[in-house]
Design a protein around this ligand. Structure first.
Ligand code: AQP
Length: 352
């Protein structure tokens, strides 16, 4: 039986193209695959059999966003949580087919985190790539929460006994860590309660880079607004950001991520948004100017983003609908989470 879990942080009011192409696209493909339910199919390494009951669980992970080095005001965090839920719905996440909820509305995430914290090596956490990157300039303000971020992520996944986790490539190490924690739990408590979850990510869009620096990933927390395309950007904003995106002085459009990271990133985005393989884009644009290619790229991004933006506007005028969806989703999530947490407490010896 397949159980899929994934989430995104409400560190900003809108998701960006990296979140969309790196993770959301796969959430939607899996939602489609699983809702077909009457045929045997394989997609992204995930196979389904007729009439198998699969679970898809997608969360807005607000507890994670408390670890952001630049903290959010309480008002902004609440507003962002609803906005990110709106972004999910506008992209096509269907609450009839998936469990869609906000992480802090399911207290079992925090409880399991504590249990897992107690079998996690402190030195291992300090060596995680994302922790090292985020603390390069943090100094004394680095919180314990930021250090144990991967434990909370492991709890998110293991709480539902998830088998598959569709995320971008930047989460690979955290997923390996989740498997390690599951293994540590099994050997500590002589039980085999958790499946070892697999990562699902798409080759061509597993890491979308900044439009201003092809060597660092597109991110919500990048202070440069021009570094990312947000799902709420207008067509004009998209055109302007692509026009201003960094390229290099080499003539012609070729894919070479090592020597031409900026143009290669633009080619990856063009391919992911148009569905045209990179090799075909290269042969079409190899003798053309950057501006001709950028025109094509803008149009291709707009084709993907503008219908989502319109749906975002629709849901924004219906916030109560979104709150109800999150409430219903959290009821379903709490049911599964509490049942599993009680089994975990039995294994650990916690009286309940
Ligand atoms: N640039 C990216 N390319 C491909 N996938 C990406 N993801 C994020 N950035 C890229 C994937 O999106 C999902 C949600 O990410 P997140 O919100 O949990 O936080 P993050 O990975 O830390 O993303 P950001 O945008 O960089 O957020 P901030 O700046 O707040 O830390 C994940 O599946 C992630 O892999």
């Amino acid at each position: 039986k397949v159980t899929v879990f994934s989430g995104m942080q409400p560190t900003s009011s809108a998701l960006h193209l990296g979140n969309y192409l790196g993770a959301m696209n796969n959430w939607l493909k899996i939602q489609d695959l699983v809702s077909k339910n009457n045929q045997e199919e394989e997609l992204l390494g995930l196979s389904t059999k007729p009439n198998e009951k699969h679970k898809l669980i997608f969360s807005i992970v607000d507890l994670h966003s408390l670890t952001a080095t630049k903290s959010l005001s309480p008002k902004d965090l609440q507003a962002n949580t609803i906005s990110v839920a709106i972004n999910y719905l506008a992209c096509g996440i269907d609450p009839e087919k998936v469990i869609l909820f906000n992480q802090s509305m399911v207290p079992a995430h925090s409880e399991l985190t504590w249990i897992l914290n107690c079998i996690t090596s402190f030195s291992k956490l300090g060596n995680m790539i994302q922790f090292k990157e985020k603390t390069k300039t943090g100094g004394a303000s680095v919180s314990n929460g930021l250090l144990s971020y991967p434990v909370l992520m492991a709890a998110d996944i293991l709480l539902y006994r998830a088998t598959h986790v569709p995320v971008g490539e930047d989460q690979t190490q955290h997923l390996e860590f989740t498997r390690d924690i599951a293994q540590a739990f099994h050997s500590n408590y002589k039980s085999k309660f958790f499946p070892y979850p697999s990562i699902i990510s798409s080759e061509q869009s597993k890491r979308i880079m900044s439009l201003q620096d092809g060597r660092s990933k597109m991110s919500k927390s990048d202070p440069l607004e021009n570094s990312r395309i947000s799902l709420t950007d207008s067509d004009d904003q998209i055109r302007l950001k692509i026009k201003k995106s960094k390229t290099d002085t080499i003539i012609g459009i070729t894919y070479d991520p090592i020597n031409r990271p900026d143009i290669s990133n633009l080619l990856s985005i063009a391919s992911a948004t148009s569905g045209i393989p990179i090799i075909d884009l290269e042969s079409e644009f190899k003798d053309k100017s950057n501006s001709v290619f950028k025109e094509f790229l803008s149009n291709s991004i707009i084709k993907n983003i503008s219908p989502i933006r319109e749906k975002i506007n629709y849901y924004q005028s219906n916030p109560q609908l979104v709150r109800d969806i999150l409430l219903q989703g959290s009821e379903k999530a709490n049911k599964i989470a509490n049942k599993n947490l009680n089994s975990i407490k039995d294994i650990v010896g916690l009286y309940h």
